[in-house]
Design a protein around this ligand. Structure first.
Ligand SMILES: [Ca+2]
Ligand SMILES: [Ca+2]
Length: 310
């Protein structure tokens, strides 16, 4: 539906790492990158740009065997797991056209390595290391591939590293939504997409006639939890162009477990925004979107990211 924007089939593995702190590499390098054309880039920067629909694609003569990407952390970090979006994630169809990595040799800065096998599925895959590893770099070398049906080039669309520590996000036990847009060739639009740090994966409401007004997203925290802030990436945050084409929220009512409510104003902005409310302890928060700014092309309200802070 939403374009050329993209897919996301989140895994249970990603749920379990959603509370782990992300380690952002200082720099990335690659063995080679395919030349871009018509404004499309396959540069290594795409592997770490918080967008699953922008891939790195190797530019070697062959199928990509032996090609590699390397993350440099700018100093020693502890890495406990990482999530890989293997292949080219424009759409499910394009994912099938390009080679996907099957076996990765993961090399650390101390010279040790381990092999990681990925399944051939259009979903993010989280690999947990046998034990947390202190390293200043991680190189991922492609040792085996799943062959694409059109192009003999291997791509990786995104890689996210985790250090195993807790991040500041309040853990969510379960999400509910008033409605959800049906999955299509770009992926799904489930509420869980608001927790992955990826800007082109999002929850979208699925009301066929409305613009999103009075649709809601609910965080079930499982137990009374201290909360005081809601952080949002409003609308479709993939790019400014898609943000303007899509509906975004301008106001919301927060409803807590005890039935109390608080009305808040939301910025019509693609940037991350933090909405403070009176600190309280609650086991759930329902965010009912009471004001909507219509996009120029799509009439569905979306949220790219949404999480709570203590
Ligand atoms: Ca990307
Ligand atoms: Ca997201």
């Amino acid at each position: 539906m939403l374009l050329g924007v993209i897919a996301t089939l989140l895994t249970t593995e990603l749920v379990s790492t959603a509370d782990a702190a992300v380690v952002k590499p200082a720099a990335w390098t690659a063995s080679s990158s395919a030349p871009g054309s018509d404004g499309v880039s396959y540069d290594i920067a795409n592997v770490s740009d918080a967008r699953q629909s922008s891939p790195w694609v190797e530019g070697d003569a062959g199928s990509g065997l032996g090609s590699w990407v390397q993350a440099d952390f700018g100093g020693e970090k502890t890495i406990s797991s990482f999530t890989v979006w293997g292949g080219v994630w424009y759409t499910l169809e394009y994912w099938g056209r390009y080679n996907r990595p099957k076996l990765l040799v993961v090399e650390f800065s101390d010279g040790t390595s381990q092999e990681v096998t990925l399944t051939d599925e259009f979903k993010p895959q989280t690999i947990t290391l046998a034990s947390p590893k202190k390293t200043s770099s991680i190189k991922m070398k492609v040792k085996a591939i799943y062959a694409g049906n059109t192009f003999n080039d291997t791509g990786i669309s995104e890689v996210v590293f985790h250090d195993g520590g807790a991040d500041a996000h309040v853990p969510v036990k379960a999400f509910k939504a008033s409605s959800t847009f049906p999955a299509d060739g770009y992926g799904n639009y489930e509420p869980l997409n608001t927790e992955d740090g990826i800007l082109d994966s999002m929850w979208c409401e699925g009301n066929k006639t409305g613009d999103g007004t009075n649709e809601w997203l609910e965080f079930d925290l499982g137990a009374p939890t201290s909360i005081s802030k809601l952080v949002l990436r409003n609308g479709n945050a993939y790019s400014f162009g898609y943000f303007m084409k899509s509906n975004r929220a301008t106001a919301a009512t927060l409803t807590f477990a005890d039935g109390s409510t608080e009305a808040v104003t939301l910025k019509d902005s693609i940037s991350e925004q933090t909405i403070a409310f009176a600190p309280r302890t609650s086991s759930k928060v329902r965010v009912t979107f009471t004001g909507v700014k219509k996009g120029s092309e799509f009439n569905d309200l979306c949220m790219s990211e949404a999480y709570l802070l203590p």
